[in-house]
Write a protein that binds this ligand. Structure first.
Ligand code: SAM
Ligand code: DTB
Ligand code: SF4
Length: 320
């Protein structure tokens, strides 16, 4: 398995954009010759009121953002959304909860039921529920869960200026628990939070040096939300997002790299460059967890105009 050094990753990141894109494209085509983009639908099954203080997050109870704590959705409601997502062409359904960690009990049991239901529909199932221990991961694996999303978000160094209520090592421990249970790992991060180029490279290096590498790597551009400490951050330069995706693609050739939050403020051209750089998945549907996402029709047109195609449903919705 590769063990990338700081300098190696930084050298990749510092390349002029066109040669970087050439290399990323070459790596992409040799590992993903199918020209497919996976469409994934997100649903917040438990919104707001989260005890963590993640500076970017509208769902943290530390900030006044207008996102209020809501009750957990019931299983039928979630499965109706999953059915709709499938009809619209999604092949992966991701459920998020604004929890610091999973606690055993009725709420977790309900998530387990949601996972079983989503699997019964023939969709890939992914959840993001905060920290979790080995036993809880095993329970999700037994329910058929394909993937667990838990982002490193940024570099170890920058992490402490973004989140005070947990550590980077807590994050890594949860990823280990997920891996041990046999669930595939979805982990990535956010750019636009005041990080340096070194922070970006270090985040990608930590992900790429995991063994095995994460099967799925979401790259988010910060969606600045009023009331959060990061509300006034300077908007991300779209070409920085392209660069991040290209470096992720080169470091993690087999992973699905997901162009995640932040697309609503990107032009079609910028999104297409992200796909050229190796992004082969988007969140599909007009809402992420709490913030807007482009309309389905616009996304389908973008994929068509790029000469790509939406990934068809697989006979068995096995995670890649
Ligand atoms: N509570 C769980 C956790 O933190 O792992 C799961 C939900 S949390 C909303 C999932 C991820 O969404 C975060 O790790 C972060 O990367 C991303 N996210 C949250 N707010 C965001 C924002 N305003 N802009 C971009 N990404 C965001
Ligand atoms: C990820 O990396 N991005 C998604 C998903 N994983 C769970 C979440 C984006 C959230 C954006 C802010 C919101 O809509 O609340
Ligand atoms: Fe809570 Fe997750 Fe938001 Fe952090 S990112 S405040 S853990 S919902």
């Amino acid at each position: 398995m590769p063990s990338f050094s700081r300098e190696e990753v930084r050298a990749l990141y510092d390349q002029p954009l066109l040669p970087l894109l050439d290399e990323a494209r070459r790596v992409h085509l040799s590992h993903h010759p199918d020209n497919e983009v996976q469409l994934c639908t997100l649903l917040s099954v438990k919104t707001g009121g989260c005890p963590e203080d993640c500076s970017y997050c509208p769902q943290s109870s530390h900030y006044d953002t207008g996102t209020n704590a809501e009750r957990m959705l019931d299983v039928d409601h979630v499965l109706a959304s999953a059915r709709r997502a499938k009809e619209l062409g999604s092949t992966r359904f991701c459920m998020g909860a604004a929890w610091r960690e999973v606690k055993d009990g009725p709420a977790f049991d309900r998530v387990v039921e949601m996972v079983k239901g989503v699997k019964d529909l023939g969709l890939e199932a992914c959840v993001t529920l905060g920290m979790l221990d080995e036993k809880q991961a095993k329970k999700l694996a037994d329910a058929g869960l394909d993937a667990y999303n838990h982002n490193l978000d940024t570099s170890r160094e920058h992490y402490r200026s973004i989140i005070k209520t947990r550590t980077f090592d807590d994050r890594l421990r949860t990823l280990e628990n997920v891996r041990k249970a046999g669930i595939t790992v979805c982990s990535g991060g956010i750019i636009g939070m005041g990080e340096t180029a070194d922070d970006r490279c270090e985040m990608l290096r930590t992900l790429a040096n995991l063994e095995p590498q994460p099967e799925s790597v979401p790259i988010n551009a910060l969606v600045p939300v009023e009331g959060t400490p990061l509300a006034l951050q300077k908007p991300v330069d779209p070409l920085d997002l392209v660069r991040m995706i290209a470096v992720a693609r080169i470091l993690m050739p087999k992973s699905r790299v997901r162009l995640s939050a932040g697309r609503s403020s990107l032009s079609r051209e910028a999104q297409m460059l992200c796909m050229l750089a190796g992004a082969n998945s988007i969140f599909y549907g007009d809402k992420l967890l709490t913030t807007p996402n482009p309309d389905e029709d616009d996304d389908l047109a973008l994929i068509r105009d790029a000469g790509l195609q939406a990934m068809p449903p697989r006979a068995s919705a096995e995670a890649e």
